[in-house]
Design a protein around this ligand. Structure first.
Ligand code: GLN
Length: 192
């Protein structure tokens, strides 16, 4: 199993480090040829406007949409934003691969970044996880086929469909690989 990490912009090395620790082969993805070599993809945090612009410039925008029909994709923070069906603050074109509406930078300037305990539902079991939020978006609504699986108070902070897993926080910034492990299992399940 080889998992690509979109290495166009942002926080991709941290994701690669977690995958390597879990003995998963990983490559940085900067073009469609590299993407085709992968069994799953992670889109990291960064700046969603820049990510979209550079996905287009590098012919990755449509390739990622195609990729999602057969393989798993995880998006964290800006990665979640670019996967969403609809983006606010401001509106932005997106990959529209998961039926959620998101508001960018939704916690306001005063609380730019924070760490808080979140509740996850992994394999039907409720567990705690340390959520690192950096200029994080909020999920305004989830549509059909989208399962909320992480909460900070009453806000949904993690959700999934059959092929997509998204979080508004940064699981790669904690020393806790459970979310990456969950994604690896999801990706394997799809390939079977
Ligand atoms: N605020 C960024 C955006 O809107 C996301 C921040 C992040 O990925 N940590 O794209």
């Amino acid at each position: 199993m080889r998992i690509g990490v979109a290495a166009i912009q942002g926080d991709f090395e941290r994701h690669q480090r977690v995958l390597t620790k879990l003995n998963i082969e990983t490559i940085p993805v900067r073009n469609p040829v590299q993407l085709r070599d992968c069994h799953a993809l992670i889109i990291p945090g960064g700046e969603s406007t820049t990510l979209i612009k550079l996905f287009k410039a590098n012919q990755l925008f449509n390739e990622i949409k195609k990729f999602a029909q057969k393989k798993a994709i995880m998006g964290t923070c800006a990665g979640l934003i670019v996967l969403a069906n609809k983006i606010y603050n401001p509106p932005l074109e997106s990959l529209q691969l998961i039926d959620i509406e998101v508001t960018r930078n939704a916690y306001g300037r005063q609380v730019d970044s924070f760490v808080d305990n979140i509740r996850l539902n992994l394999y039907g079991k409720e567990v705690q996880f340390e959520g690192v939020f950096i200029r994080a978006p909020k999920i305004k609504s989830t549509g059909q086929g989208v399962e909320p699986i992480g909460y900070l108070q009453n806000n949904v902070v993690m959700a999934e469909t059959s092929h997509i897993l998204v979080s508004t926080f940064h699981p790669e910034l904690t020393d806790d690989p459970r979310i990456h492990e969950y994604f690896i299992e999801k990706a394997k399940g799809i390939l079977k």
